[in-house]
Design a binder for this molecule. Structure first.
Ligand SMILES: [Zn+2]
Length: 221
C-alpha cells in the first residue's frame, strides 16, 4: 500500500501523488478498491447535436450567399462549389433522418433539392435553369423512382400512399411554371406534368378507393 508521509495516511490504488495534498507517495501500489467506470456518452445525443450543428451551418452558409452580389467576377465558381457541397450535405442529413419511409424521403428530397436549385438560380442572376430543367426533371425522376419502388399496381397502404400522392402533386407544379411563362424550354415541364397526370389517373383507376381512404384518414378530410 502507498503511503503519504505528509498526511500520514495509507492510500489504496496506484496513485503517484497523494490525493489529499499532492505530495509524491511512497511504497508499493495496490489494486484500486473502486471499479473502473468507462467514460460513456449517449450516441443518440451526439448524433442529434451533430445534426442540428450541421443544419445550422448549412442554413447560415446559404444565408451568407445573399451577402455577395452575383455581379462579382470570379465568385461564380466558388459559389457553385460551396452551394453544391452544402446541398449535398443537407441531402445526406435528410436521407439519414428519413430513412424509414421511402415515399416520405422522396417528398423531402424533391422539396429540398428543388428549393436549393431555385435559390441557386436566383443567386446567379436568374437565368431560369431551375424552373426550366432542374425542378421538372427532379419531379419526373422521383415519380418514376416511386413507380419502380412502390409498384403502383400493388399499392402499399398507410403513409406511403399519402407521400406518393404528394410527390405526384409536386410533379404538377411545372405545369404552373409553364402557364406563368417562367420557363425557357417547355419540354421538361410538359413531360413532368404529363407524367404526373398519367400517374394520377393510374392511381385513381388502380387504387382510387384505397388512396381516398388513406388520404381521408391521414388528412382528416
Ligand atoms: Zn498527503
Amino acid at each position: 500500500m502507498r503511503h503519504c508521509d505528509a498526511c500520514a495516511v495509507d492510500i489504496e490504488g496506484a496513485w503517484g501523488r497523494c490525493p489529499l495534498c499532492g505530495t509524491p507517495v511512497t511504497g508499493e501500489a495496490t489494486a484500486s478498491p473502486l471499479p473502473s467506470v468507462p467514460l460513456t456518452f449517449s450516441r443518440r445525443r451526439v448524433v442529434r447535436v451533430l445534426f442540428f450543428t450541421s443544419l445550422a451551418v448549412i442554413l447560415a452558409s446559404f444565408a451568407a450567399q445573399l451577402l455577395f452580389s452575383h455581379e462579382l467576377t470570379g465568385l461564380g465558381m466558388i459559389r457553385s462549389v460551396w452551394l453544391g457541397l452544402s446541398a449535398m450535405w443537407l441531402v445526406v442529413l435528410m436521407a439519414v433522418r428519413k430513412r424509414r419511409n421511402l415515399a416520405k424521403s422522396t417528398v423531402y428530397l424533391v422539396v429540398i433539392v428543388g428549393l436549393i436549385c431555385v435559390y441557386w438560380d436566383y443567386l446567379s442572376g436568374w437565368p431560369g435553369w431551375s424552373l426550366t430543367y432542374a425542378v421538372p426533371i427532379l419531379c419526373a425522376s422521383s415519380i418514376v423512382a416511386l413507380l419502380i419502388t412502390v409498384r403502383l399496381m400493388r399499392i402499399e397502404t398507410g403513409e406511403h400512399v399519402v407521400y406518393s400522392v404528394l410527390t405526384v402533386l409536386l410533379g404538377l407544379a411545372p405545369i404552373g411554371f409553364l402557364a406563368f411563362g417562367w420557363v425557357t424550354n417547355a419540354l421538361p415541364s410538359i413531360i413532368c406534368g404529363g407524367l404526373s397526370l398519367i400517374v394520377l389517373v393510374l392511381l385513381q383507376l388502380v387504387g382510387g378507393r384505397t388512396v381516398r381512404h388513406e388520404l381521408g384518414k391521414r388528412l382528416h378530410v
